[in-house]
Design a protein around this ligand. Structure first.
Ligand SMILES: [Zn+2]
Length: 274
């Protein structure tokens, strides 16, 4: 390679890097995690929309000039930065294998549109609802924090009316509901209220919007067709769990379908202790 050709190569690589970063900044709306993650076929590198969620950075002269064309530098992301077992952690994983203590009450409950959530999640919930409505999507929120006792009463009621098998399928045992964390909400459809808390919610404008966009606001659709075996729950397109924007960006960038897989926590359809 001649010196002039070497300089040309550096200039071309630098220009390509600038275009990639510009694309990331100008492409903030494409955040269908699974589509983006799998369509690009890269499982361990940051995706443009995920980069756009965190602070966009201009490439340094060094990174633009020396990076190999096929591998961008991968920012370190520490999946152990928050506990997955501490009930008050923003990343606590609650499922049929991992219950919360009966006496756990979230430390910072506030109200958003009449629904109780942890203060940690409040700004993102408000932003998500506001953004959806600004885009003509009639997204609402119906329920958030539920105490152990409220869940126990709801579960007992369903069991009494419909039997144990039905209750096992449709209602978490007390202590095993994510709602007790204060980080989960059930959202509803203003356009199609008949689908609220029903499987068909996923097909409503509100359901398709949250499937594509909730990650932008730090929420995951917790139970999907893809992760039923791992989470132990049938798909619920309306049940969102806040984990923060950094983790949702990571999940999307890596195409990881469940919190269990991301954080290395066991799950599945069987309750601990049977
Ligand atoms: Zn729910």
């Amino acid at each position: 390679m001649t010196p002039s050709r070497g300089r040309l190569t550096v200039v071309v690589l630098a220009a390509a890097a600038v275009l990639v970063v510009a694309g990331a900044v100008l492409w903030p709306r494409v955040d269908d995690a699974l589509t983006v993650g799998t369509a690009l076929g890269r499982t361990h590198e940051p995706k443009p929309w995920a980069a756009a969620l965190s602070a966009p950075t201009v490439p340094t002269r060094e990174s633009a000039g020396t990076a190999a064309p096929t591998s961008a530098p991968t920012p370190a992301f520490d999946l152990a930065q928050h506990s997955s077992s501490d009930p008050a952690s923003p990343w606590v994983v609650v499922n049929k294998q991992h219950p919360l203590p009966a006496d756990h009450v979230p430390p910072d409950i506030v109200e958003v549109e009449g629904v109780q959530v942890r203060g940690l999640a409040a700004a993102d919930l408000t932003a998500m609802l506001t953004t959806a409505r600004a885009e003509g999507v009639a997204l609402g929120v119906r329920s958030g924090y539920r105490s152990y006792d409220v869940q126990a009463a709801a579960r007992a009621d369903i069991e009494a009316r419909r039997g144990f098998a039905h209750a096992e399928r449709y209602s978490a045992r007390p202590g095993h509901s994510e709602h007790q964390t204060g980080l989960a909400v059930d959202v509803v459809s203003g356009s199609t209220p008949s689908c609220d808390l029903q499987t068909c919610f996923a097909t409503t404008p509100e359901g398709t919007w949250v499937a594509a966009r909730a990650g932008e606001f730090g929420f995951v659709v917790r139970y999907t067709e893809q992760n039923t075996d791992v989470t132990g729950y049938a798909p619920e397109g309306w049940h969102l769990r806040w984990v923060g924007r950094e983790l949702t960006a990571w999940l999307a960038a890596n195409g990881t379908p469940s919190l269990e897989e991301a954080l290395g926590v066991t799950g599945g359809p069987e309750y601990v202790g049977g």
